[in-house]
Write a protein that binds this ligand. Structure first.
Ligand code: HPA
Length: 276
């Protein structure tokens, strides 16, 4: 399969974004479920709804707004995606990761990926913030499938260090100084949209995962392809299925994300000021 359709969307998006700003954002941020409010902190914001970009995939999930917000934040020029599109919404992985290829073309050098996730590690209570130090792609697909975007990276990219080790070290040090507790672990992506079964959560734990979710891995893979270093943060919003004898629901996910909003925003502030 060729990339003509995707390249057309990328080119249009890059043109539209460049028309509205006169600088190159250095940092890209993708804000996950219930975490999108951080974009309101961006100063001198330029908002570009995804619907302004022809054929750009639009999110259908409650709690996910759909726009780029570009501006100043904690001394950095940033472009934030307020709301991401998920694989389970029916789009191809190639399509849902176009924002990363667009960010690369407007000058982004570092990316922060955030998400809401279920805890697989039983010591991670809801409300825990986990630095992603590696991932398991259990989605059954791959955003690099099909013709290679030659101008972005090689056919067979290395994923030994998708999640930049220096970023992780600096974040742990800076958070430690402020007594902010951050855990660290492996994120495993399931396709969704159903939450996992208890047996799947037990499998995830056996395979070495600490958290499960339905996003982030495609974007991280494309960042690796494009040579952009990534920092990933999961907000553990609930115990994975079967850990407690109670059903899971989206409401709980959004509520926990709202409860840790202040700490999450403090951590993002530290990342922008001291890590990136
Ligand atoms: N599983 C998958 N995705 C999630 C979960 C979960 O338990 N919580 C928030 N996103």
């Amino acid at each position: 399969m060729g990339n003509e359709k995707e390249l057309k969307i990328i080119e249009a998006a890059v043109r539209i974004i460049k028309e509205r700003i006169d600088f190159e954002p250095e940092v890209g941020m993708i804000l996950g479920s219930g975490l999108g409010d951080y974009a309101d902190r961006i100063e001198n914001p330029v908002s570009i709804p995804y619907s302004d970009i022809p054929d750009f995939p639009v999110s259908t999930v409650a709690g996910h707004k759909g726009q780029f917000i570009i501006g100043d934040c904690m001394g950095k020029k940033v472009i934030a995606m307020q709301g991401r599109v998920h694989f389970y919404e029916g789009y191809s992985m190639k399509l849902i990761t176009l924002p990363i290829r667009i960010m690369k073309r407007i000058g982004v050098k570092k990316v922060l990926l955030t998400n809401a996730a279920g805890g697989v590690n039983k010591s991670f209570d809801p409300g825990t913030l986990m630095i992603i130090n590696d991932h398991i792609n259990y989605s059954g697909s791959n955003p690099l499938r099909g013709e290679n975007f030659e101008e972005d990276g090689p056919r067979f990219p290395d994923l030994t260090t998708v999640y930049n080790k220096d970023f992780i070290l600096r974040l742990k040090e800076a958070a430690g100084k402020r007594n902010i507790k951050l855990e660290e672990g492996v994120y495993m992506m399931f396709q969704g949209p159903n939450y996992e079964t208890p047996a799947e959560v037990r499998m995830a734990r056996l395979l070495g995962a600490d958290a499960v979710g339905m996003s982030t891995v495609p974007e991280a893979i494309v960042c690796a392809h494009c040579g952009i270093p990534v920092l990933g943060i999961s907000c553990i919003t609930n115990f994975g299925a079967g850990i407690l004898e109670q059903p899971l629901n989206h409401q709980e996910v959004v509520e926990t994300a709202a409860r840790v909003k202040t700490t999450f925003e403090e951590v993002v502030g530290i990342i922008l000021r001291e890590v990136f």
